[in-house]
Design a protein around this ligand. Sequence first.
Ligand code: PLP
Length: 398
Amino acid sequence: MTQPVMELCEQVVCSTYMRYPVVLERGRGSRLWDVDGNEYIDFVAGIAVCNLGHCHPEVAEVICRQAQTLVHVSNLFYTKPQVELAAALKRLSFADRVFFANSGAEANEAAIKLARKYSRDKYGPGRFHVITMEDSFHGRTLATLSATAQEKVHKGFEPLVEGFHFVPYNDIDAVRRAMTAQVCAVLVEPIQGEGGVRLGDPDYFRELRALCRERDVLLIFDEVQVGMGRTGTLFAYEQLGVSPDVMTLAKALGNGLPIGAMLATEAAACAFTPGSHASTFGGTPLVTAAAGKVLELIAREEFLASVRDKGNHFMEKLQGLRLRHPEKIRDVRGRGLMVGMELAGPGKAVVDGCLKKGFLINCTHETVLRFVPPLVIEKDEIDRLVIALDEVLEEWTP
Ligand SMILES: *Cc1c(COP(=O)(O)O)cnc(C)c1O
């Protein structure tokens, strides 16, 4: 059953993706089944999207009910689910206002546009530069790929959008050197996801916060991947001890329905006025009703505590594995259930080996296995993955 789908895909879908030879059909919690009935334990979660697991019954119920009530009306009108979701995000974060979009890239576009407008309104033209970090990832639209400091996403699409300056991650002196009078914003991930699960240093973030405040430069946190409970707190910034002026969310906010959001303080958000920015599908009643339920479930303290507990368990197990394969595993790092294992060579064969054993995992930045399971994963499922990894690593050479 798999082959015909793969062959048709080659003919009719733009070939922008490298895919694994699996046709997935059904999911429940942390399990997925393919069209041939094979079962998988999912450590990808749609790339940190299905944080509540696949087809969560309470979220599915909200989607069904809302689909039969009202799906879309445009932002020419008010709808309750959108306003209520914004109010909940405000209550649970540093932010005062929210703009809704459909993806992470679009949320970041909104943040970049807001920063330019904020600065231009206050200081006039010319102050539009944005500092971003090496090995960052902010999306694939022209502005967000220009913000992304990775050669491979730029290649072939030049000229890039003007004004982005790249500095090494966790290096405050590099930010100070790049902080010219033209800079209006610093855009940074609290943990770099695509960049290989690299953790932000709290001291760096504290200094970054102070520097941005001093210069009236907007500090923008891209929490598209690390937000929504992934790291064991609702938002990753809570563990850094500083809040941004602007934050972007997407991936897990709708547990699989497409939604992005830009959250901002009152002072920053003021730069957007009627007509400044818009999105046809931004914040439809369907996706915001679902996201409202997702947020309610993830924000519960017992739930977040369980993420930290399972994350610690996972890290301990992987540290144990590292001791068993010291020449093959370079590093193990993570926060909550955002976990990375750096190998001494390209990780593709390890991913393939795990797939054959019924585990979906992912490799990023060439050598870093990234584990971002649904947050509802069980400890015994984690243990089973670690056993499979042990067997696969036994056979693998860097
Ligand atoms: C995935 C991701 C994006 C892009 O989100 P899309 O929904 O694919 O546009 C932006 N920033 C980070 C940190 C991401 O992980």
